[in-house]
Design a protein around this ligand. Structure first.
Ligand code: ACO
Length: 378
């Protein structure tokens, strides 16, 4: 067997062959099934893009209609799942609640019938349909309220915002939210997708696949960074404080949240679109002082770290968009998960199509032949 050099974080090591998405980190290009995200953001919807990723082609009119209808039909969650969620502590993080709820779906729906296309489709539809309902339900229940039932007359994103606020959303806000989901749906072999594929490779059920990926997405170096960006902007508090804040963090060798990416060495193309969306919201609903702080921060960080290829990533502007929509900070990562579940499911399907269980090796650097020391001698 060929022995490879150990690469921390598996940097640059292919973990799969995939035709789902493509990133060019030098040119700032991201494509889903070959289509540039700029085009999808301008012309597609989240559900259509999810279909494209999972089934490999853009759906026909009839296929899209059927998929949208199936998702609409499956938005409701069983009262036993809702009752289980009622017992979650209010202080628990919504990502932990989501991970537990996604895993719980497996208790009700897991058939592990992985050769049956109907089971695959049913699982895809159920997960895409119910994850938003579960995120919204936890948000309301932790405030002591009953969850709001989905509304069948509303589209996917408008319905989520409705369930969250019990109020029909503004049309521009719902459209922008849907584009945010498109921008977050898929991003090649990142940590949570790798986690999904490793779990999928054991041939466990798709609910376990999604639950493990949700757990991985929650960390502050991955999806959780969007929350920390807002906390950081609040801590900075004013445009004048930006430069001293950045300088102090860099002096103390601390990371600036929302900047840097393993793959992108230019500004993340998703951050460019998110910034435009944030500006559309500010035009309609009024500006945000944290946007001015963010813009100044982008300038200062480019000056200090541009030579290292450190620029804003997807998390830098997404928080400002969600904040303007009145979404609580700790729901930013669950919203990321609402989108990414479709990407994970595309990888689940691709992994199953040519499965081999993941079983990498390691470089052992521990001791050998160590004698056992009896307890009384330790
Ligand atoms: N702030 C300051 N310096 C940075 C940052 C940052 N955000 N990111 C990277 N650097 C510096 C590192 O200190 C390192 O400098 P050195 O070569 O002088 O030691 C160099 O750039 C390379 O950085 P690595 O940490 O080796 O890059 P890696 O590819 O391992 O990490 C990561 C990428 C985790 C995203 C990193 O940039 C980071 O921690 N960013 C902040 C957290 C964040 O925003 N995460 C969201 C990523 S997008 C997503 O997951 C959806």
């Amino acid at each position: 067997m060929m022995v490879c050099e150990y690469k921390p974080g598996l940097e640059g090591i292919p973990a799969a062959q995939s035709s789902i998405s493509y990133v060019d980190g030098q040119k700032g290009i991201l494509e889903y099934r070959g289509i540039r995200i700029e085009e999808l953001a301008a012309k597609s919807t989240f559900l259509e893009t999810a279909y494209l990723l999972i089934w490999g082609e853009l759906p026909s009119k009839e296929e899209l209609k059927a998929f949208e209808e199936e998702v609409r039909l499956h938005r409701r969650i069983k009262y036993r799942i809702r009752d289980m969620m009622k017992c979650f502590p209010e202080s628990g993080h919504p990502m932990d609640a989501l991970q537990a709820s996604a895993a719980a779906l497996g208790l009700f729906y897991s058939l592990r019938d992985l050769h049956n296309p109907a089971y695959i489709r049913d699982s895809v539809v159920r997960l895409i349909a119910t994850i938003p309902t579960m995120v919204a339900a936890f948000q309301l229940m932790r405030k002591g309220n009953d969850p709001v039932k989905p509304r069948d007359d509303l589209d996917y994103s408008a319905n989520f915002l409705y369930m969250l606020n019990e109020k029909e959303p503004d049309a521009l806000a719902a459209k922008i939210f849907d584009i945010c989901l498109i921008l977050h749906v898929e991003h090649t072999m990142n940590a949570s997708t790798f986690s999904a594929r490793v779990t999928a490779s054991t041939l466990t059920d798709p609910y376990a696949v999604v639950a493990s990926a949700v757990g991985t997405l929650g960390g502050p170096l991955h999806g959780g960074a969007n929350e920390e960006v807002i906390q950081m902007l609040e801590e900075i508090g004013s445009v004048e404080n930006v430069r001293p804040y950045v300088e102090e963090r860099l002096q103390n060798k601390q990371k600036l949240m929302g900047f840097g990416h393993r793959v992108y060495k230019v500004k993340d193309p998703r951050a460019i679109i998110l910034q435009e969306l944030a500006e559309q919201l500010f035009d309609k609903f009024g500006g945000d002082k944290y946007y001015e702080i963010a813009q100044e921060m982008e300038r200062v960080v480019e000056e200090k770290l541009g030579h290292k290829g450190i620029y804003p990533n997807v998390d830098f502007y997404s928080g400002l968009v969600y904040r303007k929509m009145g979404i609580p900070t700790d729901l930013f990562t669950p919203i990321f998960a609402i989108a990414r579940v479709a990407g994970w499911l595309a990888h689940w399907k691709e992994q199953l199509a040519e499965n081999r269980i993941f079983r990498p090796t390691q470089v052992y650097n521990g001791k050998h032949e160590v004698p056992y020391t009896p307890l009384e001698e330790r």
